[in-house]
Design a protein around this ligand. Sequence first.
Ligand code: C2E
Ligand code: MG
Ligand code: MG
Ligand code: MG
Length: 296
Amino acid sequence: EAKNTGRDMALFYSAETDQRVQARQTMEQHLRRALERGEMSLHFQPRVAARGGRLLGVEALLRWNSAALGPVPPAEFIPLAEETGLIRALGAWVLEQALLQWAQWQALPVPEGHVVHPLHGIAVSVNLSAAELADDELVPAIEATLRRTRVPAQHLELEITESQLMDNAQAAQSQLAALKALGLQLAIDDFGTGYSSLAYLKRFSIDRLKIDKSFVHDMLHDPADMEITRAIIALGHTLGLRIVAEGVENLATAQVLGALNCEELQGYHFSRPLPAAELQAWAERHAQRGAGGASA
Ligand code: C2E
Ligand code: MG
Ligand code: MG
Ligand code: MG
């Protein structure tokens, strides 16, 4: 039947489209095998306090180094994983690895001259797709992983993008409440790029809004982006939420966001996403510097 389908499709698809379909199928075949072949890993990006600069948490970001295709960016393989259902296995793996890594960090000795290790007591954030949120097994699975890894739920934060959340707002509402009941934290990612219903935003049990990096990136040069950023911060505060700016790439942007009362900052200015060992070294250097203000 595959052959027939192929012939029929050829009537409708241009050669270029056909190539893209094939590339996609090839990627899907490799993605199916990626976990068992050990091609997946996590990077971690710090999130710091705008005031004081203290390390508050890290976001786990999935990396795929395919033996056949080389490094594939998440923007390419995550949507494919979502469409094919592979995201459930990948998401479960990411959660488990992130929590195991967190537990390892808690066991690190306190560096000389310090009272705590900078990785002690931080939060770890994991991204969640709409396909995972729609899964009835999600909440019990997360609960089981928390128990198995012995990570107290309050140290885990789940991020879901505004557009994925609002596409499924009604169903999402009860799932978010059930997740919240586990004691973990919830953030809306890429905020400002979707079409939020304010009614839902009020009812969702969320803790943080993450301002999309497209606004943060140009806010010093684009007055509209600056005003959007200001408005998101005001809206978030009205709803009692903490605000994170993502995509902070320079000191000036960090300082302006601090002046706008944005509580938390994430971006290349502080650090790119790093493998666990490098993140640990970054955290120790950052603490040595006294985490001075909004600077890196
Ligand atoms: P996201 O969750 O919004 O993650 C932030 C993205 O912005 C990351 O891209 C990060 O590397 C990038 N970034 C951080 N700071 C800066 C900056 O200062 N400037 C710029 N230009 N970019 C910055 P990445 O790692 O390529 O991930 C892209 C997206 O893929 C993520 O966006 C998330 O939606 C998705 N993703 C990544 N890992 C996972 C995962 O484990 N599960 C799911 N469901 N999605 C994931
Ligand atoms: Mg995220
Ligand atoms: Mg984002
Ligand atoms: Mg995103």
